[in-house]
Design a protein around this ligand. Structure first.
Ligand SMILES: *Cc1c(COP(=O)(O)O)cnc(C)c1O
Length: 212
């Protein structure tokens, strides 16, 4: 689907509410698709593997793109990710990992805490009942991590009410963290981004729908 059509759908879903940023997830496409979206005005892109983030960002070095890391970070890839200076690390999913990254950082890295709001065992992310406490602990202990919000993947079910509940749970955590510096609530993917926006998302991560 063309980018301008997606932007219209985002505009309609937010119904006058504040800004919603779009991160184009490029993990399953090549650099041609990234260039095509860039030519339509898209700047922010997301990858879920450090190696692929490195590869694409190097191949596309001449474009002023902003890269987001959205995948599980293996501890043996921490240095590589840091060297790539991503715009936003969206997937900090444990205090241990936060400490490990913090220790090696020599610049402030904008970071989101990933929350397993649906409580699904197949998903990474912090338990929603501990998310606020862990956010505050990481903020306190990891001075090089600039914790600016939360990220979550909606419940993997077909029932919209249940997906909405997982987004609302994330939104409640986000609201509780706003006084502590949270300003990004990243939730919503190709199948559920309009619902996520209605539940208060201000950053969506779209993959498949952009290339369909
Ligand atoms: C792949 C991925 C997306 C995009 O998913 P689509 O369903 O293709 O829109 C968003 N967020 C994360 C963390 C992903 O891994």
């Amino acid at each position: 689907m063309r980018l301008d059509e997606i932007l219209k759908r985002i505009e309609a879903a937010k119904a006058g509410a504040g800004e919603v940023q779009l991160v184009a997830v490029s993990k399953n496409v090549g650099t041609d698709e990234v260039r095509e979206l860039y030519s339509q005005g898209q700047i922010a892109f997301g990858e879920n593997r450090v190696q692929e983030l490195k590869r694409k960002s190097e191949l596309l070095r001449e474009l002023p793109l902003k890269w987001h890391f959205i995948g599980t970070l293996q501890s043996n890839k921490i240095n590589q990710l840091i060297a790539l200076r991503p715009t936003l690390w969206q997937s900090c999913n444990s205090c241990e990992l936060a400490l490990a990254v913090n220790k090696r950082l020599n610049y402030p890295l904008d970071t989101l805490l990933e929350i397993n709001a649906a409580g699904e065992s197949s998903k990474t992310g912090l338990d929603k009942n501990r998310a606020v406490e862990e956010f505050l602990r990481i903020k306190q202990e990891c001075k090089n991590l600039n914790l600016i919000g939360v990220m979550s993947i909606g419940a993997h079910v077909s029932e919209p009410a249940q997906i909405a509940r997982s987004f609302e749970a994330t939104r409640e955590i986000f609201d509780a963290l706003v006084p502590h510096g949270a300003r990004i609530c990243s939730m919503g993917m190709s199948d559920d981004f309009e619902l996520a926006i209605k539940c208060g998302s201000n950053m969506i991560r779209l993959g498949r729908i952009l290339y369909a």
